[in-house]
Design a protein around this ligand. Structure first.
Ligand SMILES: NC(=O)c1ccc[n+]([C@@H]2O[C@H](COP(=O)([O-])OP(=O)(O)OC[C@H]3O[C@@H](n4cnc5c(N)ncnc54)[C@H](OP(=O)(O)O)[C@@H]3O)[C@@H](O)[C@H]2O)c1
Length: 337
């Protein structure tokens, strides 16, 4: 097949290009910068420009795979490529949904209103921007020449946000003799989709001529089970001379009071969600993609590979060593700590 990847120098999009090449497809990557995978043809263009697709719109494509975040990028691409591409595959997000409190909701659930602007004013527009991007794809390629893939949290090697690389890394590098800090929300549903499994499925959708809209989630596990798998991966790595650190669950009120953030960023406990209105974010129905060829590697492989990547590439989300020490000290300083 002849596949146009709108991307190829980044994280998910470079996995897409590499996996498509490995499957024997002819791959062209359109990006601003150099550095697409070996074997891919590189077309350099800026998707902010109206004429960004001139060099590729005159060719026939079996599939286009797009990872854009800005609605304008997708609006212009779908208009330019509607005639020459057979299928358009957009990486959207579960952030398009209006409600994240209801468990087992499926792809028919209500979305946010679409962003009218071509460019997000801030990441607060992210969900609405993706809704607008989805609408552009369906308008140009509907009803049966598109895939809207809505991933949940993407993880593994290359996760520069650190959300999926922190826990195994922390178990491998504890700062306390016996324990690591975790939130006590151990029944929270987590579902990390490995970037490589997502990419492989996107390429499969192109070759199997899949159409439709799909939530694309990793295996749904409790945070308790996720941490147990992370611990196993981290302990296998050796740690700092500490034998099998144990979890020290702390309630949300204590963590928030001590400046620990949910989910992502500095001084955070990744994957933790204290906000009940977001509590079912990863508990959506994941049946449709599974029934349409999505294959998941074991979470242990994602976490092990991500831990190595973090070790070689640096941080992202999580508590620093000093932050971890401070929180443990504050916990133990309580009268009943
Ligand atoms: N991280 C998560 O947990 C998560 C969850 C759900 C969904 N998603 C979605 O997953 C997708 C993949 O994310 P990612 O961060 O891995 O993407 P990525 O592969 O790093 O993709 C960005 C690509 O777009 C290209 N690009 C950006 N601006 C461009 C421009 N103006 N003109 C031409 N090319 C441009 C970049 O190339 P150059 O910079 O070289 O131009 C790069 O190759 C995104 O759609 C994201 O919304 C992520």
């Amino acid at each position: 097949m002849k596949i146009l990847v709108l991307g190829g120098t980044g994280w998910v999009s470079s996995h897409v290009a590499r996996i498509a090449l490995e499957a024997g497809h002819a791959v062209t990557c359109l990006t601003r910068s150099a550095g697409v995978p070996n074997g891919a043809r590189s077309v350099r263009a800026d998707r902010d420009a109206d004429d960004a697709y001139v060099a590729v719109a005159g060719e026939q494509w079996d599939a286009v795979i797009d990872v854009a975040r800005e609605p304008g990028h997708v609006r212009r691409a779908t208009q330019a490529l509607a005639e020459s591409a057979n299928r358009y595959i957009l990486v959207s997000t579960i952030s398009v949904y209006a409600n994240h409190a209801q468990r087992d909701a499926d792809e028919t659930a209500d979305r946010l209103p679409p962003l009218e602007a071509d460019v997000m004013a801030s990441m607060a527009d992210y969900g609405s921007a993706k809704v607008a991007a989805e609408d552009a794809v369906v308008a140009a390629f509907g009803p049966d020449r598109f895939v809207i893939a809505r991933p949940g949290l993407i993880g593994g090697p290359g996760d520069a946000t650190g959300r999926t690389t922190y826990w195994p890394w922390r178990f491998a590098h504890p700062v306390d003799a016996t324990h690591i800090v975790v939130p006590d929300a151990l029944d929270l549903t987590c579902a990390v989709i490995d970037a490589r499994d997502l990419a492989a499925w996107l390429v499969y959708c192109a070759s199997a001529e899949i159409s439709g809209t799909f939530d694309v989630l990793g295996e749904q596990l409790t945070l308790r089970d996720h941490l147990a798998i992370a611990r196993e991966a981290g302990v296998a790595e050796g740690g700092a001379g500490v034998d099998e650190p144990r979890i020290l669950p702390m309630p949300a009120a204590f963590l928030l009071e001590h400046g620990v953030a949910e989910w992502a960023g500095d001084n955070s406990l990744p994957l933790w969600i204290a906000d009940e209105s977001m509590g079912a974010m990863s508990a959506r129905s994941a049946k449709l993609a599974a029934a349409n060829g999505l294959r998941l590697r074991p979470l242990a492989d994602t976490l092990r590979d991500g831990m190595w990547w973090r070790g070689n590439n640096g941080g992202g989300a999580g508590l620093s060593d000093a932050g971890e020490r401070e929180v443990i000290a504050a916990w133990r300083a309580q009268p009943d700590g």
